[in-house]
Design a protein around this ligand. Structure first.
Ligand SMILES: [Zn+2]
Length: 134
């Protein structure tokens, strides 16, 4: 068993291995497999195979630099989506504040929920905004 383990370690040396993008693609693969239990779609099966081949190729690829760039691009997208999800959750649960987007720099402004028309200054870009809160 130890011999087999050492052979695998020697095989994986210099290869990309399981990074975040690989783990996410495996998760997507299993979600697609679960969906395909009910849908029984040929197109979905082809997409699953393509995803499986691509994920396996990435895992065993020796071009670690290129795979690392792909993984970093994925992590940036994932972080952006997580930040947006968190912001949406905050906006939905926070009942004491009102959230408005700056028209100049697209930053979110957290304003106290007082009805009427107010002037707010964006802390990021300094733009003066006229905000109407109902
Ligand atoms: Zn701004």
């Amino acid at each position: 068993m130890e011999k087999l383990r050492n052979k695998f370690i020697a095989f994986m040396y210099g290869r990309n291995g399981a990074d975040s993008l690989y783990k996410a693609s495996v998760a997507v693969y299993f979600a697609m497999a679960a969906a395909n239990l009910f849908l029984r779609s040929a197109i979905l099966s082809i997409l699953m195979w393509a995803l499986f081949i691509w994920a396996t190729f990435r895992c065993f690829s020796k071009n670690v630099y290129k795979r690392s760039l792909e993984n970093q691009a994925f992590l940036r997208i994932e972080e952006k989506a997580a930040r947006k999800f968190k912001m949406t959750k905050t906006m939905l649960t926070d009942k004491e504040h009102c959230y408005k987007k700056c028209s100049h720099c697209k930053a979110y402004l957290r304003l106290p929920k007082r009805s009427g028309t107010h002037t707010a200054v964006c802390p990021k870009c300094g733009e003066k905004l006229t905000v109407r809160i109902r």
